[in-house]
Design a protein around this ligand. Structure first.
Ligand code: ZN
Length: 348
């Protein structure tokens, strides 16, 4: 049976809406709610939130003897106020793993817990070339010398506190979403691109009046970037888990922005060979543009579930994302390949 068509416009609309919904790990609820709202359009899905805050959508399949799950994460990198400095600016602590230079100069929003959100930008303390000369280039970017400059009149701790900003408040980076010639450029395509692929796959199957071959759970994780997202929330009776997360693009990698990738090994070791081979065969059968790759510095929610004791086969697929955990970019072709792969899996 051929795969049902994918609604490209719907996929991109959902994706840009999700990308523009701030959701750093720990405060990912708005993105969970955004996805819940989209899933809510499909009455065949049974929605629930876990106590940890993840979203689980159950879709009763033709059969139920070998239940499956797919997971993608809605949480993203971000930061938190570590200290309010005597000059009113903010020291930060990172949420998730990234380098400070990847957000240097970026616009941000401080979600003041005792006031309204405050705009600002992320800068090196010694930012001005006219004042600090070569130090601007030479300084190693560290927690201690990066700061938030607030777009508000403050030059003291008291004035910043009066804005409602407290230690522990979340700082979200501007995603700067731009879609040009099929390229999608934005922060946090990891892993909102894959949440969009899952939602678009559900719509494709729904629009074709089909249902999954096996009862399937769509798990939208909210703690992946810190390593334990899918440690909870995957029903115990599931036999297979496909983690849908971005593929790492760069020197030495087979992955690119125009293919989906099957990752067979990452920092957590090899994935399940049998399920990986099955995914590879599906890609072959349906002419899905795909690569097979190994990611050197990478872990997934599939492994989080394994580490938590999950007794399932785990595989990992996802679209190639250039400059991951930086100002990322992918292409519609990779998103479509991933969505089709998910559809092929659901129907298999
Ligand atoms: Zn990810």
């Amino acid at each position: 049976m051929p795969l049902p068509p994918v609604d490209t416009e719907y996929l991109l609309d959902f994706l840009s809406g999700l990308l523009n919904t701030p959701s750093p790990t720990g405060l990912a609820e708005p993105a969970i709610a955004f996805t819940e709202h989209a899933f809510g359009e499909y009455p065949e899905l049974n929605l629930k939130r876990t106590r940890k805050g993840a979203l689980v959508a159950e879709w009763r399949g033709v059969n139920s003897e070998a239940r499956r799950a797919l997971t993608a994460h809605a949480d993203t990198l971000g930061a938190m106020v570590k200290e309010i400095k005597p000059n009113g600016r903010l020291k930060m602590t990172k949420i998730g793993g990234y380098a400070w230079n990847t957000v240097e100069g970026e616009g941000c929003m401080v979600l003041a817990s005792a006031g309204s959100p405050v705009r600002g930008s992320i800068l090196l303390e010694m930012a001005s070339g006219h004042v600090y000369g070569t130090k601007v280039n030479e300084a190693k970017r560290e927690d201690d010398n990066m700061e938030v400059r607030l777009d508000a009149r403050t030059s003291s701790l008291d004035e910043t506190q009066a804005l409602g900003i407290r230690v522990g408040d979340y700082i979200v980076f501007d995603p700067r979403v731009e879609i040009t010639n099929g390229f999608v450029r934005s922060r946090h395509l990891d892993d909102k691109a894959c949440v969009a692929c899952l939602v678009a796959a559900v719509k494709g199957l729904h629009d074709a009046s089909l249902k999954p071959a096996q009862t399937t759970y769509f798990h939208i994780s909210n703690y992946e970037e810190v390593g334990h997202g899918a440690a909870a929330g995957i029903p115990a009776e599931v036999t297979e888990l496909v983690s849908v997360d971005m593929a790492a693009v760069g020197e030495g990698q087979t992955s690119d922005e125009f293919h989906a990738t099957l990752c067979v090994k990452d920092s957590g070791g090899p994935y399940h060979h049998g399920l990986s081979q099955k995914m590879r065969q599906l890609a072959e059968d349906y002419n899905i543009p795909y690569k097979v790759d190994i990611y050197p510095y990478y872990g997934s929610d599939g492994e989080a579930f394994w580490r938590a004791g999950g007794d399932v086969a785990v595989a990992l697929i996802g679209p190639g994302v250039d400059a991951s955990h930086n100002y990322e970019r992918t292409h519609l072709e990779a998103l479509l390949a991933t969505t089709k792969w998910v559809l092929a899996y659901l129907m298999s």
